[in-house]
Write a protein that binds this ligand. Structure first.
Ligand code: DP6
Length: 360
């Protein structure tokens, strides 16, 4: 990927003062990214669905910078200063600096807000980092107009988001995204995600997130990725993931629900099996998670409704089903699964259309 290395004209205070704002969704991986190398590069390609309701809204204002530090920013969450978020943002700025030299020339005033409460155990890094990344790219666009088209702009946003958190690079596109090089798609890359088109059957696909536990995870995703480095099953995992990418691309093109359910659950199960067999081993699933997974499989078998689950690196369950089966699935979730969630908590979401500019 090529980068604009232009710097800002610091004599123009007016140009330095800008304001941008973006709402960016979270995403849920169907084929999982688990294992990385170098600077946030994935060991295997992954495919995710873009969500809609779980999102972060971020506004960034720039003002002239007075400090001599490499970069300078202030961060608030819902207009309240939040120093505990500083290390993640610092490391984001540190990493993007070589690709965005203007970052060292202005002071950033950042304010963010998530649509979902902090205490749900839902990782906000995908939506938060993608929102911040697209704000940076929007500023770059205002200052230098370096992008020949929208694709270039989103690719750079995805590239920068990846440096903040790997899964964040997949949050920039409508419906679904592919991150990581695969022989199946020529323009695929380990450095940024690209959009993929899905069959009508998958548009508006529902994802109800069952909050089984909101406690902080014992092992972070970043620590989990590094345990893949010496994992005895690592090579098998990367081989399976590549095969699953090929199958999922076919499924998303053809619209086959049954194959989708099989693949989605196999990926989630394998992710958690890898955790249980790593050195040291660990388990992030709760007793209620296991009961919920069994109930979903049972209901699918009995009803023929293509409902299935996936999991991210935690105990909460993403229950997925086509929009046309919404009423029976919601009835099943309310009658059978809700009581197994912490305080009956469920976040209802569905496949969304990607980032939204707050100023247009
Ligand atoms: C299990 O993107 O959170 O959700 O790159 O270290 O920030 P970092 O990791 P992160 O890992 C996500 C892991 C996953 C699978 C996925 O989203 O593909």
């Amino acid at each position: 990927m090529e980068f604009n290395t232009e710097k800002l004209n610091l004599s123009s205070e007016h140009d330095l003062a800008q304001q941008v704002g973006w709402k960016c969704p979270s995403n849920i991986a169907i084929v999982k990214y688990w294992g990385k190398y170098g600077m946030q590069l994935p060991k295997n390609p992954s495919i995710s669905f873009t969500l809609n309701n779980a999102h972060t809204t971020t506004q960034v204002k720039t003002t002239p910078k007075s400090s001599t530090a490499n970069f300078s920013f202030e961060f608030s969450y819902n207009n309240e200063p939040k120093p505990e978020f500083h290390p993640k943002i610092e490391s984001f700025f540190e990493r993007i600096l070589p690709f965005c030299p203007y970052v060292s020339q202005v002071h950033f005033i950042i304010n963010s807000l998530n649509s979902f409460p902090h205490s749900t155990g839902i990782a906000s890094s995908a939506s938060a980092m993608s929102a911040l990344a697209i704000c940076m790219v929007d500023l770059e666009d205002k200052w230098f107009q370096p992008f020949s088209n929208e694709t270039q702009k989103l690719r750079k946003a995805s590239f920068l988001a990846r440096l903040g958190s790997g899964s964040a690079c997949r949050s920039l596109y409508p419906h679904a995204a592919l991150w990581g090089q695969t022989a199946e798609i020529e323009s695929s890359s380990n450095e940024f995600a690209i959009p993929i088109t899905v069959h009508e059957n998958f548009k508006n696909y529902c994802d109800h997130i069952l909050i089984v536990s909101s406690e902080e995870k014992e092992v972070s995703s970043t620590a989990g990725h590094s345990l893949m480095n010496n994992h005895p099953e690592a090579d098998n995992r990367y081989k399976t993931a590549n095969e699953n990418i090929k199958s999922l691309l076919d499924i998303l093109k053809g619209g086959d629900f049954e194959s989708f359910c099989q693949l989605s659950e196999a990926e989630a199960d394998q992710l958690h099996l890898l955790m249980r067999t790593s050195n040291p081993p660990y388990n992030l699933l709760h007793e209620n998670t296991l009961i919920i997974l069994e109930k979903i499989k049972q209901y699918r078998k009995e009803s023929d409704v293509p409902i299935c689950y996936t999991l991210d690196a935690g105990p909460n369950v993403h229950v997925m089903f086509p929009n046309k089966f919404k009423s029976e699935c919601e009835r099943f979730i309310n009658n059978e699964l809700k009581s197994l969630c912490e305080n009956g908590r469920i976040i209802e979401d569905y496949m969304g259309l990607g980032p939204k500019n707050m100023f247009t």
